[in-house]
Design a protein around this ligand. Structure first.
Ligand code: SF4
Ligand code: SF4
Length: 225
């Protein structure tokens, strides 16, 4: 007796290509080193995340959206920028998935693919932090806060002045930056990290070559529950 075997088509595969990017899961896996297919959608990551309520998509939903290939929706989401890299999800995931690394990968891809408004709070803070680190080799809070506020809402600087002066008066904050003696070493380290990120990105581009070239802003949204 001949039995016809029907190919198994999942719901995600039924989504049209302008919504679903089939290369996206591999792109994320390549950079993060994590298997998104190992996720069993238990929701422990969302339950462990202090910021899940503020996120537009919880970490569990982000994992499913990555698997579904909703590249545009994921990279444009606010959720990835609310992630504070606290690692709670990572230590609790029963499948050993480092969700934090997945979130970091998504931030990096969002920056590179131009999904991020550099004046938005979280990306502006990340960028200001790195600039200050590159300048002094360590963080100088007043410079960091000023750089961040000037990029987002400059008037905030004025509002912060009384508190900053109080901290300086009490000796809790150094008014002038102090460069670390190993500034060259810090800069070399940052350049090495940047080189690794660039090569990871190039590798991912090979896997997701279509991911990079696909049209954006389809305006269509798929709800992953
Ligand atoms: S905790 Fe791990 S297995 Fe559970 S939903 Fe999150 S990523 Fe998936
Ligand atoms: S690492 Fe990010 S996603 Fe995971 S629990 Fe912490 S804030 Fe939430």
């Amino acid at each position: 007796m001949v039995v016809a075997i029907e190919p198994v088509v999942t719901q995600r595969e039924l989504l049209p290509e302008e919504i679903r990017n089939p290369y996206f899961p591999a792109e994320v896996e390549d950079i993060s080193g994590q298997s998104v297919w190992a996720c069993m959608q238990c929701g422990t990551c969302s339950g462990s995340c202090q910021f899940a309520e503020q996120m537009d998509y919880t970490p569990r939903r982000i994992m499913e959206m990555v698997r579904t290939g909703l590249r545009e929706q994921v990279l444009a989401s606010k959720a990835i920028w609310y992630c504070a890299s606290c690692y709670s999800c990572t230590v609790r995931c029963p499948r050993g998935i480092q969700v934090t690394r997945v979130m970091m990968t998504l931030k990096s891809l969002a920056l590179r693919a131009g999904y991020v408004n550099p004046r938005e709070d979280a990306p502006a803070f990340y960028d200001s932090f790195l600039r200050v680190l590159r300048m002094f080799g360590r963080v100088h809070e007043p410079t960091l806060v000023a750089a961040y506020a000037l990029r987002t809402r400059p008037t905030r600087v004025l509002g912060m002045m009384p508190m900053a002066l109080g901290l300086v008066r009490r000796g809790r904050m150094a008014p002038l930056p102090d460069r670390t003696r190993s500034l060259g070493e810090v800069r070399r380290l940052m350049e090495a990290v940047e080189r690794v990120r660039t090569s990871e990105s190039a590798g991912a581009r090979e896997v997701g070559v279509r991911a990079q070239s696909e049209p954006r802003a389809t305006g269509q949204e798929v709800v992953v529950r």
